[in-house]
Design a protein around this ligand. Structure first.
Ligand code: 1YM
Length: 642
């Protein structure tokens, strides 16, 4: 190549090295973290360049490969990074893009970068944080190659290494993250898969192939390509739910180079799932694109409902919450100059997008409603019933707020503790009246409150808030907790430091426990997150020998204890399998399950709320067995001995 230079460094080389050195010194500033998340982030920085090329209309296929050594190859069929000498740097554009921080779109000829990531600095950042990088460009019937090592030091300048078919173009980059920078070197296939699939949904018609070569048998990998784009994303999310209209509504528009697109479908559930993206990045805190759509959605549905007399003159208008019940929606905006706001930069700030989103959405959605009166009626009726439920829930909340602890009916159920100091108070929610009776007798009345449950509580997974609030057991729980529910919820008003679920170790007990957890996850989630919820661990065996009585939690503990006894004591030990809490008298129940000095509680934690959410949705069906398994396997109890 004519841009080969001598092998000594000059002033501009030193400047370049200093740039990349800065990235190595403070990787967090460029890729957030150096844990596995940062490791995976590198992949998207390279893929983003291919996606930009696809958005510019020059590339329709991207391949991502996890190689045997946990290096990554990204290959596209775009134009190939320019190979000419760059005017400013005097070296090839390929080398410039990979070694000069803040290189990027500026270096190319026109076109704007819309995909996410570091807006052009991505390639050099990946290079700075890699043990080695190999870039190949296919262009003009030639194969060019450029190599870097140890944090972006050029070890082979751009060189023609062979020939290719004259019409073949593209860029192939392979990099190995530097183990000195990252905590982990191992790529996770599923992590890459989820985002690869998402990128395919967000960029319709673009084919993304992901392959894992660490497992030599896998040679083809998985290809993600969706002609329907975000409409197919909506269908994917709604899989397993019942839609209330068959066709997914898809609207799009463009103004001044800003592209705006939305896809939506209502289903019969009571929760919504609205995801928004700007330049393929999830804007989890919303922003102007989301605001425009929400505003238009509320307005259009109200207008339609009134025009068609579904909503009468005297009826109150539907709110934003009413119209989004059961709605799955993907909003995608591609913007040449996005302003990301907020602490995590998860909010779009560009104000002109609000108007674009509003007008594209309202025009398209209005037309859909007009052309599809059957669907329109179902959508409006769903919103009206959400509105009724909201009002009913409000009335019920007000009623339950008024009916505080002074109500005798409530007192009949809850045996409260004497202390009014939440930090030392505990409430035991106990299965059955008989165990409830023993617990009341045995408890430490200063700090321990007892709430016996008669039978099963309502499955809130299948009910709206208004129905939940009409359920007596649930109302009692809300009143006892003191926090209120829904819009009124206030964690600081929680009357107990520990909420202990005390159920039998059988199927019924597990069922009741799951129903309670469902209630907590859906309506008292902050209580769970703050670590206030526990499951009691009643003993499974009682061992009597001579005058000694010993309770053990489970089989292994039983074996251990029996082994520790003397020969004559083994022989004579009387072992009883405890069938339920009701079998113990008040003293036994206190000693084994409630006494803070001897009991074992298990703290209930949720380390992945999103996953827990889907587990709850899936397992709240009619079958008892999956629920029981769930409680045994999935509730993610962290053992805490207290
Ligand atoms: C596997 C990674 O980097 N593909 C890629 C990058 C570029 C181009 C094409 C490209 C862009 C332009 C013109 C332009 C880049 N070019 C530059 C720069 N795949 C991968 N494919 N011609 C080719 O933006 O005008 C930076 S990235 F700056 F050199 F133009």
């Amino acid at each position: 190549m004519n841009n080969e230079k001598n092998n000594h460094y000059d002033a501009s080389d030193i400047q370049v090295l200093e740039g990349l050195e800065a990235v190595r010194k403070r990787p967090g500033m460029y890729i957030g973290t150096t844990d596995v998340k940062g490791l995976h982030h590198l992949v998207w920085e390279i893929v983003d360049n291919s996606i930009d090329e696809a958005l510019a209309g020059y590339c329709n296929s991207i391949e991502i490969v996890i190689n045997k050594d946990n290096s990554i190859t990204v290959k596209d069929n775009g134009r190939g990074i320019p190979v000419e000498i760059h005017k400013k740097t005097g070296i090839s554009t390929v080398e410039t893009v990979y070694t000069v921080l803040h290189a990027g779109g500026k270096f190319g000829g026109g076109g704007y970068k819309v995909s996410g990531g570091l807006h052009g600095v991505g390639a050099s950042v990946v290079n700075a944080l890699s043990k080695w990088v190999n870039v190949k460009v296919y262009k003009d019937g030639k194969i060019y190659e450029c190599k870097f090592e140890n944090g972006g030091k050029t070890v082979q300048k751009l060189t023609v290494i062979g020939e290719c078919e004259p019409n073949r173009t593209g860029t192939t980059v392979t990099f190995k993250p530097d183990p000195e920078i990252f905590d982990s070197e191992i790529y996770d296939y599923d992590t890459l898969k989820v985002r690869t699939r998402e990128l395919a949904f967000l960029n319709k018609g673009l084919s993304l192939n992901l392959r894992d070569d660490r497992d030599a048998e896998d040679t083809t990998g998985e290809t993600f390509m969706y002609e329907g784009g975000i409409s197919e994303y909506v269908r994917f999310i709604n899989k397993g739910k019942t839609p209330i209209h068959e066709n997914i509504i898809h609207l799009e528009g463009e103004e001044d180079g800003v592209m705006f697109e939305v896809a939506m479908q209502y289903n019969t559930t009571y929760s919504d799932n609205i995801l928004s993206f700007v330049n393929n990045i999830n804007t989890h805190d919303g922003g102007t694109h989301e605001e425009g759509v929400r505003r238009a959605l509320t307005r259009v549905i109200n207008n339609y409902a009134r025009k068609n007399n579904i909503l009468k003159e005297k009826d109150e208008s539907l709110t934003g919450d009413d119209v989004k019940e059961g709605l799955t929606m993907i909003i995608s905006c591609k913007h040449p100059n996005p302003q990301f706001e907020g602490q995590t930069k998860g909010r779009l700030g560009n104000s002109e997008v609000r108007k674009l989103a509003d007008s594209v959405f309202s025009q398209g959605f209005e037309r859909f409603l007009m052309e599809n009166p059957t669907e329109a009626k179902l959508i409006v009726e769903k919103a009206i019933s959400a509105c009724r439920a909201r009002n009913a829930a409000k009335r019920a909340r007000e009623a339950s707020r008024k009916s505080d602890l002074s109500i005798s009916n409530f007192f009949g159920k809850l045996t409260d503790c004497k202390s009014k100091d939440p930090s030392e108070s505990e409430i035991f929610i106990v299965e059955g009246d008989s165990a409830g009776g023993s617990a009341k007798k045995g408890r430490d009345s200063m700090t321990q409150a007892i709430l016996p449950l008669r039978g099963k509580i309502l499955n809130v997974e299948k009910a709206r808030l208004d129905k939940a609030l009409s359920n007596e057991e649930i109302r009692t729980i809300i009143t006892a907790f003191g926090t209120g529910i829904g819009a009124d919820f206030d964690l600081s008003k929680l009357r107990y430091d520990k909420i202990v679920i005390m159920t039998d170790a059988d199927v019924d007990g597990s069922h009741i426990r799951v129903l309670l957890l469902t209630l907590f996850f859906r309506y008292f989630r902050p209580i769970v997150e703050a670590g206030h919820v526990y499951a009691a661990q009643p003993p499974l065996f009682r061992i009597r020998h001579g005058k000694t009585r010993k309770y053990v939690l489970d089989e292994p503990e039983k074996e251990k204890y029996l082994n520790s006894l003397k020969e004559s004591e083994r022989k004579n030990a009387e072992i009883t399998r405890m069938k339920g809490l009701g079998e113990m008298d008040s003293e036994e129940l206190y000693e084994t399950t409630m006494d803070i000095n001897t009991r074992v509680l298990r703290k209930i934690t949720v380390d992945d709320l999103v996953e827990a959410d889907s587990i709850f949705s899936q397992l709240m069906g009619e079958d008892v067995e999956p629920r029981r398994q769930f409680i045994e396997e999935n509730a993610r109890y962290a053992d805490v001995d207290i």
